[in-house]
Design a protein. Sequence first.
Length: 487
Amino acid sequence: MKPWRLFVLTSAVAKVSLAAVGPDYQRPAPLPVGEVPGAYAGSTNVWQPAEPQAHRPRGDWWQLFGDTELNRLETDGAAANQELTAAVARFNQARTVLNVAKAGYFPHLSADPSYSRTRNSANRPLDGHPARVSETYNTFTVPLDLTWELDLWGRVRRQVESTRSQLEASAADLEAVRLEMHAEIAADYFTLRAQEDELALLQSTAVAQSKALELTRNRRAGGIATDLDVAQAETQLRTTEAQIPAVDLERTKSLHALATLTGRPAGTMSIASRTNAEPATTGLEWEAGLPSELLQRRPDIAAAERRMAAANADIGVAKGAFYPSFQFSANAGFQSIGASSLFDWPSRLWAIGPSMSLPLFEGGRNRAGLARARAVWDETVAHYRQTVLTAFQEVEDQLAARRLLAAQGTAETSAMTAARRALEIASNRYRGGLVTYLEVATAQQNALDREREVARLRGEQQVAAVALVKALGGGWEPQSVVAATKP
């Protein structure tokens, strides 16, 4: 058979390849027991089965808080956060792995030119007798070698399917890191603002208590107050002053954390002061109308689902090891004993033909490989379901946190108002000489505790709002995006 006919026949066989061995991917049920609930326990939204959509845009959800300084920090973090940079590098690695797998679709062509100078032994066998003559000669060879594995059983196709799913999982992991980074910046920022409010409250309280101490000392000098009143007023002041460094330390740690998240050395970070006296609102009024499909966009669910698809394809790769492999090989080139005649037409050489490799005995290697692939599939299914369960828990936790923190905040605000009124009454009674300074000190401490608690709760509500956004996978503003896994 002529070489070109053999090549055409081999190519035709390759085109009529059989279906890929191994199971076709079917996504399992998202929960191990029972059906997916129809709604959140903490919301009235209708639930939908989880469909990973992590390729959809996360959106600049932090802008809903209406804080210019937060927006600046989020922009800085997106540009300089090193965890995000590393995640981008991991995604690029996964893309190159897919390109390596795709190379299995194509023939492999190589050139292996060589030169050797050889001397034969004079005692080499020749017709059963020593040749008695030694020869020394040169060999110049310039060959081209082509090999092509025919993917009859779909082994290469399954490998590409697996690596493509891994690439999609890596893209989802990148989105998870991005979402985590933005959420952590927002949470640390609101924690910092709450600590600043608490610090400002302590400082203003210390100023007021310093004035009260001065007044008490004057009253003592006039014989109206006692030494005990002076001691109680000074104790109150010193206690408040002692709390200021502790709160300032926590604020400094939060500032340093923001510096690391935005790619700056800790000592160089600064935050602009608020332009208004009121703390930022939560900026989110969506609890009653949360789009139920947002949980479908959680990147960790998408990554877990794509790793299931990759594990399923790997089962096909493992099954392909039980089938014979077919290769088409060819080589052509020139060979001569002299460089001057190397590329002469009589110096040409070629060889062409198919080959088959059939595994007859592997000592259980292929069976073990298949068993391992199936075990990996079982692991990825369990991890996927656990990720879905964790997502349910996190959403419900944050819905409950928002509802209960709001109720706690309302109660604490009422308590703060009552404590301020009690302080005003106690101060008036003390100035009228009706009570000792102990009642004033007690009322001051109660008012300070309530005001600090209100400031802390405002920060917790903002952090809980961020956690809810994160639990739901991010914002949902429509944007035009290009699928990350496409070249």
